[in-house]
Design a protein around this ligand. Structure first.
Ligand code: DI6
Ligand code: FE
Length: 395
C-alpha cells in the first residue's frame, strides 16, 4: 500500500511536518516515509489522501477499560459535596466497582470493555493499555487480565496489560493491607507471570491505597520475575511515589498532580515517562495542576492518556484528553500529540510504534484535518477519516 498526498506528522523528533508526504507500507510494517517528490518506485495500491493529516496511530497508555458496573450514583454524591476520599471511605469508590467486577464473568467483562474500546478505535487508537485492579483476589485479577488479552483477538488493536492488584485494599482485608499484599498481590504476580498475562506491574501509592513500603514489596517481586513497573503516584498527595518508581526504573509514573522537584529529577534520571491524566483531574474537580514546567525543565517525556475508569475518568475520548491537557495544563498541541504517540509508546516500553518511520509497525491514523493542532483544538469531535492497524485499513 502506498499513501500519497498526505500531511505527515511523523513524531520522530524533529517535529517538522512533511507537507506533501508519502508512506510505503509492506505487510504490517512501514517501509519508507518521506516527501512524495522522493518516493522510490514501488509496486502497490496507491491511496490518495487528498492532503489529509496522517499521524501515528494513537496509543492510550493508561486505562482501566475492563470493569463492570458504573458509578453514576457516586458522581451525584460528589456533586452534592462528598470528596473522592469520603466516598471511598464510605464503601463506595473503587470497592463498589470491585463488587460488580467480581460478580461478572470473563465474557461479560469483555463485552463491556468492547463497547468502550470501539469508541477509542473510532478516534484513531491503535494500541491500548489495560489494567486489572478491580478483582482484588488472585482469580478475579487473572480474570480481568484474560478479558483484556481477549480484546486483541476481537478487534484490530494492540493490547498491553498491567497487573494492578495493588489498587485498593478490599473490605475483607480492611486494616490489613500488608496481609493483602502477601496473600493476593504477590501470588497474583507470580500467577500472571506464569500465564503470560501481564506486560507490567502497576500500583496505587496513596493514603487511601498502599504505602511506598508496600508498593516497594510488590515492585521487588516484579523485579525478581523480570516484569517492568509503573505507578499511580502523587495523585491526591505527595508520598514520594515518583521517586520510588524511578528507583525501580519504572516505565512511567502517572497522575503526578503533587509531584515535587526531587521526584521530577529522579524520573528524568531513570527515563521514567510522566503520564498525565487530565480526565481524572477534571472529574475530581482537582485544583492542583501537575507541574508541567518542572517536567519540561528536567526533560521528562510527557504522555497523555484517558485513565478510562468508572470512578474518576468515565471517559473514552483520547482526543478530549489531548484538549484538556492543553486547556488545563497548558501543554502545547505538539506536546499533547507526542503524548498520545511517541511518549505513550515509551510509557509502555514499546519502541516499534508511536512514530512514522521505516521498520516500525504500520499503525496510522488519517484525519480530516490539515494540521496536528486541530486534534487538540476541537472539543468532543474527532475528525478521524481512517485507521490503519498493522498495515490494514479498517475505516
Ligand atoms: N487512580 C485513579 O484515578 C483511578 N485509580 C487510581 O488509582 C480511579 C479508580 C476508581 O475510582 O475506580
Ligand atoms: Fe488509573
Amino acid at each position: 500500500m502506498i499513501l500519497i498526498n498526505a500531511v505527515l506528522a511523523t513524531m520522530t523528533g524533529d517535529e517538522a511536518l512533511i507537507p506533501d508526504g508519502a508512506v510505503i507500507i509492506a505487510g504490517d510494517r512501514i517501509r519508507w516515509v518521506g516527501p512524495r517528490a522522493d518516493l522510490p518506485a514501488a509496486e502497490g495500491e496507491r491511496i490518495d489522501l487528498g492532503g489529509r493529516l496522517v499521524t501515528p496511530g494513537l496509543v492510550d497508555c493508561h486505562t482501566h477499560l475492563v470493569h463492570a458496573g458504573d458509578r453514576a450514583r457516586e458522581f451525584e454524591m460528589r456533586l452534592e459535596g462528598a470528596s473522592y476520599e469520603e466516598v471511598a471511605r464510605a464503601g463506595g469508590g473503587i470497592v463498589s466497582t470491585v463488587r460488580a467486577t467480581r460478580a461478572a464473568s470473563q465474557s461479560e467483562l469483555e463485552e463491556g470493555a468492547l463497547s468502550r474500546l470501539d469508541r477509542m478505535l473510532a478516534e484513531g487508537v491503535t494500541t491500548v493499555e489495560v489494567k486489572s485492579g478491580y478483582g482484588l483476589t488472585v482469580a478475579d485479577e487473572l480474570k480481568m487480565l484474560r478479558a483484556a488479552r481477549a480484546l486483541a483477538h476481537r478487534r484490530p488493536v494492540g493490547v498491553v496489560t498491567s497487573l494492578l492488584a495493588a489498587h485498593a485494599v478490599p473490605p475483607e482485608y480492611a486494616g490489613r493491607a500488608d496481609a493483602y499484599v502477601d496473600d493476593v498481590c504477590l501470588p497474583a504476580l507470580a500467577a500472571a507471570r506464569a500465564e503470560g498475562l501481564a506486560d507490567a506491574v502497576d500500583g496505587f501509592c496513596e493514603g487511601i491505597a498502599f504505602s511506598p513500603e508496600q508498593i516497594g514489596r510488590v515492585f521487588d517481586a516484579a523485579r525478581a520475575l523480570g516484569l517492568p513497573v509503573k505507578l499511580h503516584a502523587e495523585q491526591l498527595s505527595n508520598l514520594g511515589g515518583a521517586g520510588l518508581a524511578a528507583r525501580y526504573g519504572a516505565l512511567s509514573a502517572d497522575h503526578l498532580e503533587y509531584l515535587d522537584e526531587e521526584g521530577a529529577a529522579a524520573m528524568a534520571r531513570a527515563g521514567t515517562v510522566a503520564v498525565i491524566l487530565p480526565g481524572a483531574f477534571y472529574t475530581l474537580r482537582e485544583t492542583q495542576v501537575p507541574p508541567i514546567d518542572l517536567l519540561r525543565r528536567h526533560g521528562v517525556p510527557m504522555a497523555v492518556a484517558t485513565d478510562c475508569n468508572p470512578g474518576t475518568a468515565p471517559m473514552t475520548s483520547l482526543t478530549l484528553a489531548m484538549n484538556m491537557a492543553c486547556t488545563f495544563f497548558r501543554l502545547t498541541p505538539e506536546e499533547s500529540l507526542a503524548g498520545v504517540t511517541r511518549h505513550a509508546a515509551a510509557a509502555l516500553g514499546l519502541d516499534d510504534r508511536g512514530r512514522i518511520a521505516p521498520g516500525l509497525r504500520a499503525d496510522l491514523a488519517v484525519w480530516d484535518a490539515r494540521h496536528p493542532a486541530e486534534l487538540s483544538y476541537r472539543i468532543g469531535a474527532t475528525p478521524l477519516h481512517a485507521r490503519i492497524f498493522g498495515g490494514r485499513l479498517d475505516a
